[in-house]
Design a binder for this molecule. Structure first.
Ligand code: FE
Length: 230
């Protein structure tokens, strides 16, 4: 395992839709941590409203927007990258600009996005060891396990073992790289195109791209599992 990206983790400028405690009371207790987060969220929401910084309506609109983001966006990006080498090259060089232009999106964020390309010999996995930084602009809300102390602490130490628990068994000669997200840097894994999918349409390919394959804990679905699209 090697860590290809190690960056300063500063939490003052965070895009999370929830409050971000620097020192939660019991970081080893997920349940207590969640309760603490809920309390903190409520307190901050009420303060923002009270001080006229952001209204409850605006906050709810923002929550609706966050909820509308799903891994389907990421899946379309990955499928296009598999089909179109020119798009892939641009995607790797300048991800957000390329995504906005190609999909007529208007994702604006001060965050840097890096696309990590998997190859037959390199497999990337993403984590936020400190909290839950995640490419929400492309994948939506992170899954609960992504925020768990268990995943965050273990994937950097024993990535192959953690991947195996996700059912992802990689050959020994594949290098596993773990990238640690930060407050201003997010990662999207570009999975390696599954064998036997040559000739698949963009929609068929996108259907193979799971959320977890873009986090790197899983591989895309196999060609044989192609959902009935016809
Ligand atoms: Fe975080």
């Amino acid at each position: 395992m090697s860590s290809s990206h190690s960056h300063h983790h500063d939490h003052h400028d965070h895009d999370h839709d929830h409050a971000h405690p620097h020192s939660p009371p019991a970081p080893d207790d997920d349940d207590q941590y969640d309760r603490y987060e809920v309390l903190l969220q409520t307190a901050i929401r009420e303060l923002l409203d009270e001080k006229g910084i952001i209204t409850a309506d605006a906050l709810h609109r923002q929550i609706d927007y966050q909820d509308s983001l799903t891994p389907a966006i990421g899946g379309k990006i990955v499928a296009k990258a598999w089909l179109d080498p020119v798009f892939k090259k641009k995607l790797l060089a300048d991800p957000l600009k390329t995504i906005n232009e190609s999909f007529e999106l208007d994702i604006t964020t001060p965050l840097d996005l890096v696309v990590l390309e998997n190859t037959p010999t390199v497999h990337n996995v993403v984590v936020c060891t400190l909290c839950s930084c995640y490419p929400r602009m492309l994948l939506g809300i992170p899954p609960a396990w992504y925020k768990s102390i268990d995943y965050r602490s273990r994937v950097v130490v024993e990535p192959r073992k953690v991947l195996a628990e996700f059912g992802t068994h990689l050959p020994d000669d594949v290098e596993v790289r773990v990238s640690d997200s930060t407050a201003d840097l997010r990662f999207l894994v570009l999975p390696y195109q599954p064998a036997g999918t040559e000739g698949f349409s963009e929609a068929e390919l996108a259907a193979l791209v799971t959320r977890d394959s873009m986090i790197g804990t899983s591989l895309p679905l196999s060609a044989a599992s192609t959902p009935a699209l016809a």
